[in-house]
Design a protein around this ligand. Structure first.
Ligand SMILES: NC(=O)c1ccc[n+]([C@@H]2O[C@H](COP(=O)([O-])OP(=O)(O)OC[C@H]3O[C@@H](n4cnc5c(N)ncnc54)[C@H](O)[C@@H]3O)[C@@H](O)[C@H]2O)c1
Ligand SMILES: CC(C)[C@H](C(=O)O)[C@@H](O)C(=O)O
Ligand SMILES: [Mg+2]
Length: 359
């Protein structure tokens, strides 16, 4: 079987980590007898520099014609001065998510056994942690009308937060389905004490819950949730929330696992899936082969699972990550005394070799 994967390395550490993710996917293909063809496309600042636009039409067609998309990261200070429609984030990443209609963003935060001591929290608080953040990805403040206007004495900005019943329902149903396959607990996070959009969110989630009587549901205000995530994160199974809250809470959840460099994501709609680590282009460490490629590699595993249904291959990649961490190999962001520090490329090679040998 042949799968066509569009690879969009992007900016900063994006190319360094996607190179390791494709290396591991190729190894999984050799082991399990699948053929992955990787076709690269330009996105972000790299695309702007080469073509004058951060999301060239060619890239969009490549993604639409592929079976799945693997993205590194976009953005960086070099492009921050550009008008908003040409910036890597607002001009490329958000339009790509919208174009693929990937409204459900799955961000699993799992603490690998070897990394319970790498978190900044006490090991007993995070050991065994396994949370799935389900973030709505194509609505909310990110996509509402915005404008900036001059007023006497300064300026005035308007941002619009729009959600429809259907937008909430489709992501909620995905989250309930996922909760059903896990520990059957769903926490919906909102700001219903202030925001009208959150009141609708809560109503729709409550209505959907009627179809999933086996899933235990609770609602939590986002400020409390941020606190609970560091106080007692193991109370959570699936965390369902809107776009902006999900962005913030997932970076926070990532740190529970030891590093932002550990958290993968799958963005799913009804067509082509988009897979990306949740971290950004990390300009502070780019080009030095010290970035952690595990988030990108685990995003590849999510692609195997959710886009291709190759559960055995997905599990083999996750087991290989577990094994390599158990053997004591670490990139600098998760380094601890007595462990062996390796580069981005070495970490990718070790995981790929494991996958190919025995998972
Ligand atoms: N999906 C994306 O493309 C995406 C996501 C987030 C941020 N960004 C963009 O990236 C740029 C930088 O943003 P930022 O610095 O706020 O966030 P960031 O996620 O790039 O980095 C935050 C911190 O985490 C570290 N870090 C991130 N990934 C790492 C990895 N794999 N291994 C080791 N350390 C890692 C960085 O070195 C930095 O100290 C901005 O332009 C931002 O808009 C893009
Ligand atoms: C770069 C930015 C637009 C993006 C987001 O906020 O969605 C990023 O932070 C992420 O988490 O994927
Ligand atoms: Mg983010």
């Amino acid at each position: 079987m042949r799968y066509k994967v569009a690879v969009l390395p992007g900016d900063g550490i994006g190319p360094e980590v996607t190179a390791q993710a494709t290396r591991v996917l190729a190894a999984a293909g050799r082991r399990f007898g699948y053929d992955f063809s990787f076709q690269e496309g330009l996105i972000g600042g790299a695309a702007y520099d080469a073509t004058g636009h951060p999301l060239p039409e060619d890239t969009l067609s490549l993604c639409r014609e592929s079976d799945a998309v693997l993205l590194g990261a976009v953005g960086g200070p070099r492009w921050d001065h550009l008008p908003v429609h040409l910036r890597p984030e607002a001009g490329a990443l958000l339009p790509l998510r919208k174009a693929l209609n990937v409204y459900a963003n799955l961000r699993p935060a799992r603490v690998f056994p070897a990394l319970a001591g790498a978190s900044t929290l006490k090991p007993e608080i995070v050991r065994g942690l396994d949370i799935l953040v389900v973030r709505e990805l194509t609505g909310g403040l990110y996509f509402g009308d915005k404008r900036r206007e001059d007023i006497p004495g300064g300026q005035r900005v308007v941002e619009t937060l729009v959600y429809t019943t259907e937008e909430i329902r489709r992501v909620a149903r995905r989250a309930f389905e996922l909760a059903r396959k896990r520990r059957k607990k769903l926490t919906s996070v909102d700001k219903a004490n202030v925001l009208e959009s959150s009141r609708l969110w809560r109503e729709v989630v409550t209505f959907c819950a009627g179809d999933y009587p086996d899933v235990m549901v609770n609602h939590m205000l986002v400020d409390n949730c941020a606190m609970q995530l560091v106080r007692n994160p193991k109370q959570f199974d699936v965390l369902l929330t809107e776009n902006l809250f999900g962005d913030i809470l997932s970076d926070q959840a990532a740190q529970l696992t030891g590093s932002l460099g550990m958290l993968p994501s799958a963005s799913l709609g009804d067509g082509v899936g988009l897979y990306e680590p949740i971290h950004g282009s990390a300009p502070d460490i780019a080009g030095r082969q010290i970035a952690n490629p595990i988030a990108a590699i685990l995003s590849g595993a999510l692609m195997l699972r959710y886009s291709f249904g190759l559960e055995e291959a997905a599990a083999a990649v996750e087991e290989a990550v577990t094994a390599v961490l158990d053997e004591g190999y670490r990139t600098p962001d998760i380094m601890e005394p007595g462990k062996t520090e390796v580069s981005t490329g070495e970490m990718g090679r070790l995981i790929a070799e494991r996958v190919e040998r025995n998972g």
